[in-house]
Design a protein around this ligand. Structure first.
Ligand code: NAD
Length: 224
């Protein structure tokens, strides 16, 4: 496995000989070139599973979000995924098999307030997945997205901490889900694993919604 992140490899991966790491920007072509050459030198193989997970969030409506900020969000969330596909798909197509899983968001299916750039980028990702899945379905490559609701990660904690009353925000965020909770990273990872594996051979071009019941009941109110 090869991990790509702006941050250095976590300690647990450093001692695992099955994991190689590229500390780099997923929206830079050079990062993908390094990852592919590592695949060859470390594992004598090309990628057969690609998970596109890097994401950026910017707060603000379209009037408050500068074009530069919009570009930065699109650069990572959308063009990073495009670059990853452009790097890995040719090898999968040559091999006649492979799976790509894109971590989109429920924000690709509906819009939350004050997240104009983020919502736009996740909507674009959903269409990227459909387009590429259709174009490459006959090559034996499957391409799917997961659309999670809020996940308890540093990303979400940073977002919550930027609100005027983080504790109240967290409570309200959990309460709007019919389950009364947000997702754990493991719940999302299991869905990604399913789409990446031979357990889902009939599935391509889909968006697997992982949302604690949110889209089944967008007006859910736990006081009723
Ligand atoms: N946390 C949530 O509530 C939530 C909900 C729905 C979807 N998502 C999506 O899940 C994905 C992962 O988010 P998370 O919550 O784990 O975020 P996180 O910020 O906790 O982790 C994201 C990781 O991506 C890395 N990263 C950011 N930009 C990068 C870049 N340009 N190149 C390489 N690495 C980069 C960061 O260093 C970090 O390690 C994102 O695409 C996000 O949009 C998150």
């Amino acid at each position: 496995m090869i991990g790509i992140d702006l941050q250095p490899s976590p300690e647990t991966f450093r001692v695992d000989r099955n994991v190689a790491w590229v500390a780099g920007d997923a929206s830079s072509p050079a990062t993908w070139e390094t990852a592919l050459s590592l695949a060859e030198t470390e594992f004598a193989a090309f990628p057969d599973v690609l998970v596109l997970n890097a994401g950026r969030l910017a707060l603000g409506n379209v009037l408050e979000t500068s074009v530069d900020t919009f570009r930065e969000v699109m650069e990572v969330n959308v063009y990073g995924a495009v670059l990853g596909m452009q790097a890995c798909l040719p090898h999968m197509i040559r091999a006649g098999s492979g799976t790509v899983v894109v971590v989109a968001s429920v924000n690709g299916l509906f819009a939350e307030q004050n997240l104009a750039a983020y919502n736009t980028s996740k909507g674009a990702l959903v269409q990227l997945v459909r387009s590429t899945a259709v174009d490459h379905a006959r090559s034996g490559v499957r391409i799917n997205a997961v659309c999670p609701t809020s996940i308890d990660t540093p990303f979400l904690r940073r977002h919550v901490d930027s609100t005027p009353d983080p504790e109240a925000f967290w409570r309200a965020m959990a309460a709007r889900h019919p389950t009364g909770s947000v997702l754990t990273p493991d719940q999302v990872a299991s869905a990604v694993l399913f789409l990446a594996s031979d357990q889902s051979t009939g599935i391509t071009g889909t968006t697997l919604v992982i949302d604690c019941g949110l889209t089944a009941s967008p007006t859910y109110d736990d006081t009723l």
